[in-house]
Design a binder for this molecule. Structure first.
Ligand code: HDD
Length: 682
């Protein structure tokens, strides 16, 4: 590795290139490099005889196979990742000396892993859950990891409760059910007994927990961190990732169906988008707070169950991240990447948030068992792009060949190298916060208001979002067998809002609260997805089409929606090509059997002149499902009759038209809106 390499977007890629192996056109060998002459038959004593111990090729192949699994992550086991780059818009020198936040011309390579939390590595992806959003910045000062989630608060306030939380949400130990779901007794028992979770639960039961795409969710550092500038002046900081496409979600019925139709839905979406050149983009935002303002709020800024409302402390957008390359090998990269909130660079420091403090221990510890020893930093995906030197030696799988006689500090024999760097030379110096106190196992009084921000969240939701939250409570608690737990949850959430608690209490056979509620009347519009960015780009439209369609018109409509960034995919009753009346041919991407309306954002029904009864029934099924999920549906030509049969003509988001241009613009507008909730009201 070159010692003084200028960091650019290819820097990490170049480093990884040294480890890539391409088997194309090569002869097969053993791991010792010996060419193998036979790979189908083990070495035997006679054609029908026993396999011989001597068969080194068999032994090596089988041994490697027997050992090829590693423990999955104890949380966030199911994940998918991509490479990209980050660029700051303007120097952040005033607030932080972090080098990657100084120069807008510098592109810092990043690796981002998205994940669900509760499910095993093979679980479905569209379950109701928090999503992990972990970013590794390969900076010239070392790796900086921003290990966040798509929800800005957390269930608990102190890391010592993390094992309890996870034991409660994971499948129950006596029967290992349910997989990747919080809708069961132990999770809700935990919630009732740990009421600091109230705010997080509001997010968990909102649409945020069923994102449409990893490309369409926010990311949050959650904790309060510190920025420190080159004068040693500190600001408290909260990190935000804002997706350029806006924040969008699935609806619950759809999410559950996708779990069966395509358990890989979110990774497929990310993978395909990057392959197509639709690179996911997120802007990095920071909320900054001067140290002097630490106590100016009605919540404790160190409490990870609290947000800093964006209307009170604005999010300053400081840069953009683009994910532009898929991994080459999921195990080598996505599975072996090791994140840690403690991987920081000069200019970024911690706060005393007790959840963060505990995380600083857990991540290295978990990598030791997961990746099998202390040298996981040497795995290609984890290596910093800058040189690293210290006196750590040996251990399983050590790759570095450290030359020389000396592996201790201080020393004279090697001129005291490697020597710690001064601050001016880039040495990391911890922010010298003054700390004093008695040793005590307790929680600050300032952490004890669990309901005000849960109420703020509720107040900020649109009517539709509120209904979704009520339905989510009704579903989750409807799966809880213990009536006492159900009642405790009703009583707990009566502290947030009485109408909310009453609305789901009746659904779950519990007694609605008579009184309660919160005195909070404030709202934070930034919390509602109703106020998000809406655009048609990268929306998938299922185009239902049969033979004998009007070639010229259909092609111009498809070209028109594609010009707006929409992605049509052709669905018909058979693979192959559908033929227009003028001889135009369209290749079919999916059949009614392999596709499903839940896999599209919208439908465009064209039909054809000679459809079978089955074509007719399948089309009606597609329309009914898409309609019930509030999706835009457009129809032209023969397609219009299906809208009529389905009884949805004139409904919100249902577009039909004779005039191509008018149809195009109304349909694209309907697609941008994403969902047409008005249907629910009628
Ligand atoms: Fe954690 C993984 C995010 C609290 C202990 N965590 C993990 C990942 C993400 C987060 C995104 C997956 C990283 C990857 O893709 O490899 N965790 C969070 C956030 C938290 C949080 C945003 C609260 C603000 N975590 C948390 C606590 C603890 C842990 C309180 C324990 C004290 N988390 C872990 C872990 C994991 C992990 C056990 C499992 C796999 C891994 O670390 O690498 O150490």
């Amino acid at each position: 590795m070159a010692e003084e390499r200028k960091v650019d977007s290819n820097n990490k890629n170049e480093q990884l290139e040294q480890f890539r192996v391409n088997d194309q056109g090569q002869k097969m060998t053993t791991n010792q490099g010996l060419k193998v002459s036979e790979d189908e038959f083990s070495l035997k004593a006679g054609e029908r005889g026993p396999t011989l111990m001597e068969d080194f090729h068999f032994r090596e192949k089988m041994t490697h196979f027997d050992h090829e699994r590693i423990p999955e992550r104890v949380v966030h086991a199911r994940g998918f990742a991509a490479h990209g780059e980050f660029q700051v818009y303007d120097s952040m020198k005033e607030y932080t000396k972090a080098k990657f936040l100084q120069d807008p011309s510098v592109k810092t390579p990043v690796f981002v892993r998205f994940s669900t939390v509760a499910g095993s590595r093979g679980s479905a992806e569209t379950v109701r859950d928090v999503r992990g959003f972990a970013t590794k910045f390969y900076t010239e000062e070392g790796n900086y990891d921003l290990v966040g989630n798509n929800i800005p608060v957390f269930f608990i306030q102190d890391a010592i409760k993390f094992p309890d939380l996870i034991h409660a949400v994971k499948p129950e130990p006596h029967n290992e059910m349910p997989q990747a779901a919080s809708a069961h007794d132990t999770f809700w028992d935990f919630v009732a007994n740990n009421q600091e979770s109230a705010h997080m639960i509001m997010w968990h039961l909102s649409d945020r927990a069923i994102p449409r795409s990893f490309r369409m969710m926010e990311g949050f550092g959650v904790h309060t961190f510190r920025f420190v500038n080159d004068q040693g002046k500190a600001h408290f900081v909260k990190f935000h990732w804002k997706p350029v496409l806006g924040v969008h979600s699935l609806v619950w019925d759809e999410a559950q169906k996708i779990s069966g139709k395509d358990p890989d839905f979110l990774r497929r979406d990310l993978w395909e988008s990057i392959e197509m050149g639709n690179f996911p983009e997120y802007e990095l935002g920071v909320q900054l707070l001067a140290e002097e303002d630490e106590f100016n709020f009605d919540f404790d800024i160190l409490d990870p169950t609290k947000i800093w409302p964006e209307e009170d402390i604005p999010v300053k957008i400081i840069g953009k991240m683009t994910l532009n390359r898929n991994v080459d090998n999921v195990f080598a990269e996505t599975e072996q990447v090791a994140f840690h909130p403690g991987h920081v660079v000069p200019g970024i420091d911690f706060s005393n948030d007790p959840l963060l403090q505990g995380r600083l221990f857990s991540y290295t510890d978990t990598q030791l068992i997961r990746l099998g020893g202390p040298n996981f930093h040497e795995l290609p995906i984890n290596r910093p792009v800058c040189p690293f030197h210290n006196n750590q030696r040996d251990g399983y799988g050590r790759q570095t060949i450290n030359v020389g006689q000396v592996s201790y500090h201080k020393n004279s024999l090697a001129g005291n190298a490697p020597a710690p760097a001064t601050e001016a030379e880039g040495g990391y110096v911890h922010y010298q916060e003054k700390v004093e106190g008695r040793k005590i196992r307790s929680r600050s009084e300032s952490f004890k208001d669990h309901f005000s921000q849960a109420a703020l969240f509720w107040n900020s939701m649109s009517q539709v979002e509120k209904e979704h939250i009520i339905q989510a409570f009704s579903f989750e608690l409807g799966k809880v067998k213990s009536l006492s737990v159900r009642q405790e949850i009703v009583d707990m959430f009566a502290h947030v809002n009485v109408e909310l608690a009453a609305a789901f209490a009746v659904q779950i056979g519990a007694t609605p609260p008579k009184e309660g509620g919160s005195s909070v009347t404030k709202t934070s519009p930034a919390l509602s997805q109703e106020n998000t960015i809406k655009m048609p780009n990268t929306r998938k439209v299922g185009v239902i089409i049969g033979h004998e369609f009007n070639g010229a018109e259909v092609m111009s409509i498809l070209a028109g929606i594609q010009a707006e960034g929409v992605q049509p995919e052709i669905v018909s009753d058979m693979l192959g090509a559908v033929k227009g009346s003028d001889g135009t041919e369209l290749a079919v991407d999916h059949t009614f059997l392999t596709a499903d309306p839940v896999l599209f954002d919208a439908l465009y029904i064209i039909g054809g002149a000679s459809e079978s009864k089955k074509f007719h029934n399948d089309t009606i099924y597609f329309i009914k499902e898409a309609f019930s999920h509030f999706k835009p549906i457009g129809a032209t030509h023969e397609g219009v009759k299906y809208l009529e049969v389905s009884g949805i003509v004139g409904s919100a988001g249902v577009v039909q038209g004779e005039d191509i241009n008018e149809f195009l613009s109304t349909f694209v507008e309907a697609i941008s809106a994403h969902r047409h909730w008005e249907r629910q009201v009628v």
